[in-house]
Design a protein around this ligand. Structure first.
Ligand SMILES: [Fe+2]
Length: 369
């Protein structure tokens, strides 16, 4: 009996096997799809994106996971986007420039606000919104973190996603959430929340101490438009680095200010992957890959992260475990490596890095080392 080789197998009709509805959609949008471990979003090429009415690109970093993707949109001076409305959550982070946004609430009320560098905002689910660059001279570039892959792969219907009459007025919050104000909701270090729809400047929001995460670490969770998207802002003082930890993929980290690097490795790996970053960079640690962030510059580092599964609505058991155990020692069943247990090369590399820049190490935990 003759063997049947793979090449003799009948071709499977398109759309019948191993479909990725999100990826098919992205490839059909006609804009560049940039793929890398991490990318400088201030430098990526964009092209006309008819959906948005401005130039744009899709960003796929290595650890983007199943749920999240990133768009970059360029608004030249005087430009505006086409109005948008969709059944996926989107959080905007302004990389450069300034402008305004209009969001039409489900009850007919119109919200308008002015955004600038490092602004963060999230139109409530399926509200109609539009961005404007009112400047006569300065372009603006924004990054959009969204859970379109999760939604499109679940429903595989563009009509459901982009032309859906469903309303969610309960997500719109109070008027002040569109005006740059918010509500602080205390929980515990590492879980305190700031609830809003519009944060004028993520580089200026007051953070709260989170000693368990590392030397001088501070942090706050954002709840945006009562959504399932997670966001947090973290900071590292000069001369410090955080503890290594791991979690599922999808967590896109944007550098707001400062410069440094991250080391990443899988449990048992001898080689450490290094990613150097500065403002404008985005990367996402791959699934359960340990990662550790280092401030290697003379200024404080601040970054903002987005993923699916907020502290309010974790969505998955996986994210519930992350929130419960992300700062718990791996020796106690958690996902964090304490300083005392880390690979000695890690601290040596940091000391050498700061020596090159003439910056003092301020890791008290290693004062006797
Ligand atoms: Fe992380």
């Amino acid at each position: 009996m003759a063997e049947v080789s793979v090449s003799d197998a009948p071709a499977v009709p398109a759309g019948k096997f191993m479909v990725d509805s999100y990826l098919d959609w992205a490839r059909g949008e006609g804009v560049p799809i940039h793929e890398d471990f991490g990318l400088d979003l201030l430098a990526v090429e964009t092209r006309r994106w008819s959906r948005f009415g401005v130039d744009g690109a899709v960003i796929h970093v290595k650890g983007r996971g199943d749920c999240m993707t990133v768009f970059v949109l360029d608004l030249p001076p005087g430009a505006k986007t086409n109005p948008q409305r969709h059944i996926f959550e989107a959080a905007f982070y302004v990389l450069s420039g300034a402008g305004s946004a209009v969001v039409d609430g489900h009850g007919g009320e119109r919200h308008q606000f002015e955004w600038g560098p490092h602004s963060v905002f999230a139109p409530p689910l399926n509200t109609r919104y539009q961005l404007f660059n009112a400047s006569g001279s300065e372009p603006a570039r924004v990054a959009v973190s969204c859970n379109l892959p999760a939604v499109l792969n679940l429903f595989h219907s563009e009509k459901f996603v982009f032309d859906n009459p469903a309303t969610f007025p309960e997500r719109e919050g109070v008027q002040k959430h569109f005006m740059g104000e918010g509500d602080f909701i205390p929980v515990r270090p590492g879980k305190h929340m700031w609830e809003t729809n519009f944060l004028p400047d993520a580089s200026a929001l007051e953070l709260k101490g989170w000693g368990a995460r590392g030397a001088g670490a501070s942090h706050i969770q954002l709840i945006l438009a009562d959504g399932v998207l997670h966001s947090h802002i973290s900071a590292m003082p000069v001369g410090t680095y955080k503890k290594a930890h791991r979690h599922p993929p999808d967590v896109h980290i944007y550098i707001i200010s400062g410069e440094g690097y991250s080391l990443l490795w899988y449990e048992g790996d001898r080689d450490l992957k290094r990613v150097d970053w500065r403002p404008g960079w985005v990367f996402a640690p791959p699934d359960m890959m340990f990662h550790q962030h280092f401030n290697a510059g003379a200024e404080p580092v601040r970054y903002i992260a987005f993923t699916q599964g907020s502290v309010r609505y974790p969505v998955t058991e996986h994210m519930r475990r992350v929130y419960a155990k992300v700062d718990v020692d791996v020796k106690k069943g958690g996902n964090q490596i304490e300083y005392a247990d880390q690979d000695p090369r890690i601290h040596r590399m940091f000391v050498a890095e700061l020596a090159k820049k003439g910056v003092a190490v301020r890791m008290n935990e290693f004062a006797a080392a």
